[in-house]
Ligand binder design. Structure first.
Ligand code: 2DE
Ligand code: MG
Ligand code: MG
Ligand code: MG
Ligand code: MG
Length: 323
């Protein structure tokens, strides 16, 4: 289990985030919703990957411990991620997250928006304190990508050919950019060569795309109890994710439904059935497998270390996860 390798550091990182939020909010009303999701109960995938990447890079460079600046990148990555989820649950009107009521459900739309903004503002202060301009630039790209990825998701592409590219580009922006650019940042901070910085970026990019492909798959095959968030949600939100796009190659009647974002009565149920009898779910899984293979190929360019092997194990975990 790759988490075992950095479990202590991940837990310290969560404590540090709680402290940062407290230092900023004091005992103000915003503290509770802001700290709400930093309860040590999430998957902690991002901090885990960032810390493993930091250690693997450092060993590659002959450094023996995680640098404080790299620990901060882990904090910033998790804070950006959590802020985006708090906003995502407003956009998706989603009542559950990580097995509990969402911030949106408990505090309402207005406070949820401000809570996300607040977490983001504190994360910017942590990032600034690292004092590395290049890293500030790299981490800022994540925000740009997240917002634009989420925006892209609101539109459907007319052209069938372009639809899959649109989906992949959106997936990169919405999910992979955060992991890729955080991995890149820790590599920069360990003073790696440009080539190794690129390796870390590519590892994060492919692992991130695989992660979202599986997220989109689980939306079809899992359930709310396991996921800790609503399942079967994407069609209802009008989203044509990879399983649907693959299925539409087999069942062309899906094209019209994709175009109108499944908004006519019966669309969601019909599309659900078609996807399930298609090969779309298997194709999605195998596409995720391909991306994990590429991630492994990339990371294996580093000198061997338990942490490097931990990063390989992360890709296996991404593929086999049930939630
Ligand atoms: C998860 O997608 C959402 C990811 C990015 C959301 C980005 C927003 C822009 P899902 P699940 C809201 C604002 C960005 C900030 C505050 C930095 O597939 O299935 O809906 O977990 O995720 O609900
Ligand atoms: Mg959502
Ligand atoms: Mg969403
Ligand atoms: Mg999802
Ligand atoms: Mg998700």
């Amino acid at each position: 289990d790759p988490l075992k390798l950095v479990e202590k550091e991940v837990s310290l990182l969560t404590d540090d985030i709680r402290k940062e939020l407290y230092n900023s909010a004091g005992s103000g009303d915003i503290l509770e919703p802001a700290q709400y999701h930093f309860d040590g109960k999430g998957k902690s995938l991002r901090p885990m990957v960032v810390l493993l990447a930091a250690k693997a890079c450092n060993i590659h460079e002959g450094i023996n411990s995680i640098l404080p600046s790299q620990q901060k990148i882990g904090m910033v990555a998790e804070m950006i991620h959590t802020a985006s989820l708090v906003h995502d649950d407003v956009i998706d009107a989603s009542d559950t997250r990580r097995g509990k009521p969402s911030v949106f459900k408990l505090w309402g739309q207005r406070k949820a928006i401000l809570t996300g903004d607040f977490i983001l503002s504190v994360s910017s202060q942590v990032l600034a304190r690292i004092g590395n301009k290049e890293v500030v630039g790299v981490m800022s790209l994540i925000l740009d990508d997240l917002v634009r990825g989420e925006f892209m998701q609101l539109g459907s592409k007319e052209d069938e050919e372009k639809r899959f590219n649109h989906y992949l580009k959106k997936t990169y922006k919405k999910t992979a950019s955060l992991i890729a650019n955080s991995c890149k940042s820790v590599a920069i901070l360990s003073n790696c060569s440009d080539e190794i910085v690129e390796v870390l970026y590519n590892y994060g990019k492919h692992a991130g795309i695989a992660f979202q492909l599986i997220d989109d798959l689980l939306d079809f095959i899992s359930n709310e109890e396991l996921l800790g968030k609503p399942a079967a949600a994407d069609l209802k939100l009008g989203l044509a994710t990879a399983p649907v796009l693959f299925a539409s190659q087999q069942y062309p009647e899906l094209h019209a439904m994709i175009m109108r974002r499944f908004n006519e009565p019966g669309d969601v149920e019909k599309a659900w059935q078609l996807v399930n009898k298609s090969d779309g779910l298997e194709h999605t899984r195998s596409m995720a497998r391909q991306h994990c293979k590429e991630a492994v190929f990339q990371i294996n360019k580093l000198k061997d270390s338990v942490e490097r092997r931990g990063l390989v194990a992360v890709t296996e975990k991404i593929l086999s996860r049930q939630k």
